[in-house]
Design a protein around this ligand. Structure first.
Ligand code: U2F
Length: 448
């Protein structure tokens, strides 16, 4: 950590759950390359920092903040619980460590970069008198519904009909209230995460810039509205095309894929935190057995215990189940024909870059919105009948995506998005130009 030589200091506040800290670090590494005389203090919880930082970095130093958990806390299986405790500890846990970062680097803070979830970033940046850059790690459309929450509530009411169409929103035809993230027009609006997102929607217009993990040509209408709503809205992704992380294929997934026919394998992953309930796992296993498509499954949990008896032994020649895969590389492998996903935004972008159509089983947050947007607006994936995994529903979706003319069309459509995503990151591409603007924003106080 080159304290003496570095002359500028950017503080970064990460959200330590789901796949949030990793894309933020990705952005920071790009900024660090563009601003070699800047040091970055990256604040997250100990657990998040130890899994996000692959190696010790010269100019980016991790600082641990308190996770808010009571003494002796034991995780009981509900992923929202530790988030709730953490949110009670912010922003105090961060501001305390910001002082430490200033003391250790010997540099005042010149710019604040936070996960967009942190509305308090606006006040902290004002107090420091520095620019506030917020990173939105999900899709443009999810951001839009969070900044327009009050107006959506006025239109559709609260906890009213789930079938109400959202066609009063731009490019939302085919979507309805049920597709919105929980806490916008239904559910417990005062629960910690809906409250956080509502505050976020109100604070983000104060940000000097919002950076987002997307590209201009995806969801163009919505992107143009976001540009009017914010001081500066900059798509600088997809991040998976600029990530330099090494590929860990310790379970031999890529080699296994190579033994399969092109576009034949079903890849299954429900992201970093979710395991579907037992009856849905059972239904998916039955569908895979009956259809006999080869599959690769990134499984959270214990497959011996959680999957139907005998399934592993019976499917050994056709399927591979592992605890973790190099997902980006998997989706770029020509053997993968379809991706069964929870609809996390990183997974959607990785499927676009791989050119692989998707089948969705969404669980929370933006996942339902991503599902219906891909299905009804972009046309390169499918939701399941009834929204959950049943044997019949899964079989139908698999056959449709892998063996029908409609599936071929989905593959063509996602292929077009793939090209657009690559174009955005070519020299002079929109994400590259947006990134240059972001570098200027982050350096503004530094130049002054
Ligand atoms: C939260 O997302 P998740 O972490 O649940 O899901 P994704 O956004 O799809 O990200 C999962 C990442 O984990 C990687 C995969 C993605 O980059 O490549 N991965 C892997 O490398 N190997 C594996 O075996 C399995 C996964 C939230 F739940 C979502 O709703 C949000 O959209 C998202 C972004 O804000 O954060």
């Amino acid at each position: 950590f080159q304290r003496e030589q570095a002359s500028k200091h950017i503080a970064v506040l990460a959200f330590p759950f789901g796949t949030h800290a990793a894309p933020l670090l990705n952005l920071v590494l790009r900024l660090s390359q563009a601003c070699p005389d800047t040091v970055f203090s990256f604040l997250s919880t100990k657990q998040s920092n130890s899994s996000t930082f692959p190696v010790k970095l010269d100019k980016v130093k991790p600082f641990n903040v308190w996770d808010g958990l009571p003494e002796g806390y034991r995780f009981g299986g509900n992923p929202h619980e530790p988030v709730g405790y953490f949110l009670k500890a912010v922003p105090g846990n961060f501001t305390k460590v910001l002082d430490k970062a200033v003391a250790e680097t010997g540099k005042r803070i010149d710019c604040l970069i936070t996960d967009a979830f942190y509305a308090f970033g606006a006040d902290v940046a004002d107090e420091l008198n520095v620019p506030w850059v917020a990173l939105w790690t999900a899709g443009p459309r999810a951001l839009f519904v969070h900044i327009d929450t009050d107006s959506i509530r006025r239109h559709v009411g609260i906890n009213g009909s789930q079938d109400k169409p959202l066609d009063f929103l731009p490019d939302f035809s085919g979507l309805c209230v049920a597709d919105l993230p929980d806490g916008i027009a239904s559910g417990d609006l005062d629960a910690p995460i809906p409250a956080l997102l509502h505050k976020m929607g109100q604070a983000l217009p104060r940000a000097t810039a919002i950076a987002a993990n997307s590209y201009e040509d995806l969801d163009n209408t919505v992107v143009n509205i976001l540009k009017q709503r914010f001081k500066l809205y900059l798509n600088v992704g997809p991040f998976n095309l600029v990530s330099s992380s090494t590929v860990d294929d310790s379970h031999g997934c890529l080699e296994w894929l190579s033994k399969n026919e092109p576009a034949s394998v079903v890849y299954i992953s429900f992201g970093s935190v979710i395991t579907p309930p037992p009856h849905e796992l059972q239904a998916l296993c039955e569908a895979l057995e009956e259809c006999e498509f080869p599959f690769l499954w990134s499984f959270r949990g214990n497959p011996e215990k959680d999957l139907p008896q005998g399934f592993l032994a019976r499917r050994r020649s056709k399927g591979k189940i592992v605890p973790w895969t190099p997902q980006q590389k998997i989706l770029e492998h020509p053997s993968v024909g379809v991706f069964i996903s929870h609809g996390g935004w990183n997974s959607v972008l990785e499927s676009i870059v791989g050119g692989v159509p998707m089948i969705f089983r969404p669980f929370f947050g933006d996942q339902g919105l991503n599902t219906r947007t891909v299905e009804a607006v972009w046309g390169f994936g499918l939701g399941l009948e009834g929204g959950t995994l049943t044997k019949e529903g899964a079989m139908k979706a698999l056959k449709l995506t892998l063996c029908s003319e409609q599936g071929k069309k989905m593959r063509d459509r996602i292929g077009v998005q793939k090209l657009l995503a690559y174009n955005a990151l070519k020299p002079n591409g929109s994400s590259v130009e947006n990134f240059k603007t972001l570098v200027k924003v982050a350096s503004v106080r530094l130049i002054a």
